[in-house]
Ligand binder design. Sequence first.
Ligand SMILES: NC(=O)C1=CN([C@@H]2O[C@H](COP(=O)(O)OP(=O)(O)OC[C@H]3O[C@@H](n4cnc5c(N)ncnc54)[C@H](OP(=O)(O)O)[C@@H]3O)[C@@H](O)[C@H]2O)C=CC1
Ligand SMILES: O=C(O)CCC(=O)C(=O)O
Ligand SMILES: [Mg+2]
Length: 409
Amino acid sequence: MADQITMTSAGLKVGNNPVIPYIEGDGTGPDIWRATVAVVDGAVQKAYGTERKIVWKEVLAGEKAFKATGEWLPQATIDAFKQDLVGIKGPLTTPIGGGIRSLNVAIRQECDLYVCLRPVRYFTGVPSPVKHPELVDMVIFRENTEDIYAGIEFAAGTDEAAALAAFIREHFPKMYGKIRFPEDCGLGIKPVSKAGTQRLVAAAIDYAIREDRDSVTLVHKGNIMKFTEGAFRDWGYACAHEQYGAQPIDGGPWHLLKNPRTGKEIVIKDVLADAFLQQILTRPAEYSVIATLNLNGDYISDALAACVGGIGIAPGGNINYQTGTAVFEATHGTAPKYANKDMVNPGSLILSAEMMLRYLGWTEAADAIIRGLDRSIANKTVTYDFERLMPGATKVTCSEFGRQIIKNM
Ligand SMILES: NC(=O)C1=CN([C@@H]2O[C@H](COP(=O)(O)OP(=O)(O)OC[C@H]3O[C@@H](n4cnc5c(N)ncnc54)[C@H](OP(=O)(O)O)[C@@H]3O)[C@@H](O)[C@H]2O)C=CC1
Ligand SMILES: O=C(O)CCC(=O)C(=O)O
Ligand SMILES: [Mg+2]
């Protein structure tokens, strides 16, 4: 028996046997996927016995898809994510320079998954390069459909780059004069819209209200990129003011919002991206919910993951809160040098699956995963990345780490 997940006015409707499409992924993807599926099935069984079970449905993308179909991202895969609503994926390779554009970004854009949700918090015992990793408890809302990631780029020396340069020269001669080497210049365009910004910022504020968080920080580089990053900040504050009734503090720009659920205050503030990247090291406790643009969010995700013990344990989900469509995935990439060695940490994908279970409303199964992971780390039976920094730890394989988590649930 298999149930289709549907979106209703009351939220997702999830049966006992939901169909969940998954992409195994490239590089280390198959290793971490195998460990993840075992942990998720184990957690669901632990929480609900035989009453509930996920019906996994493989869909293809990346190298496996190319070998089987001649396409890197078959339309059937996008259709499955849209139809089945909730899915999960391993990492996919993106070549640098030429070749295909990011399949990961393509999935987010084609399904209009406008929020890249990346919670970053510390698990006791995980080795970290900072003195107080336990002070890091942030949830990143990274805009997922706009910015430099829209992929409007023209290679130096092409007719397209020359045509765009000619257009700028004709219509914006002063700006053309600012291009230092116009003759051999690659050109990129950075679209950032009010609608795109405000649906992202609204999702971040909704989260702060729902999860009783005390601040939402808009992270941008608006001093330099005034009409994209600066506009993101201004539209973000406008969203807080117009849609949530937030009021300026001492004339602004910071705003204060009363949580309608708890009556507590939520500060809406902003910070420049470079300052933020140093402050996450020096005073992380001052930040809670983060709303930011696509590229900033990419950098911030990896930097924050490092603060709490590394990319091996940083989860994520790409979500459209209106349609309910969501594809969960780790923050890290394919780590190709470790492919097929059954070696890397499956924690990021396992915790992404844990987010997925919570999104489905299967909180008991999600809690079982957290219990299993907490205890496995406390027992110091960990993969190479933690073991090399954890005195007295026992190094286990990727699959064995998964088995430890199941045992410890
Ligand atoms: N969403 C996605 O699918 C993403 C895909 N990518 C793609 O992945 C490919 C490789 O990118 P790359 O820049 O090497 O970044 P990766 O994140 O794949 O790897 C960088 C380093 O991070 C560490 N790492 C990554 N995964 C794990 C894990 N599961 N457990 C423990 N440590 C881990 C390793 O560090 P160490 O060497 O110190 O052990 C690794 O060398 C590229 O094609 C890139 O485009 C990148 C990011 C996201
Ligand atoms: O798609 C890629 O290759 C990179 C994506 C990425 O770095 C991210 O989503 O964090
Ligand atoms: Mg990244």
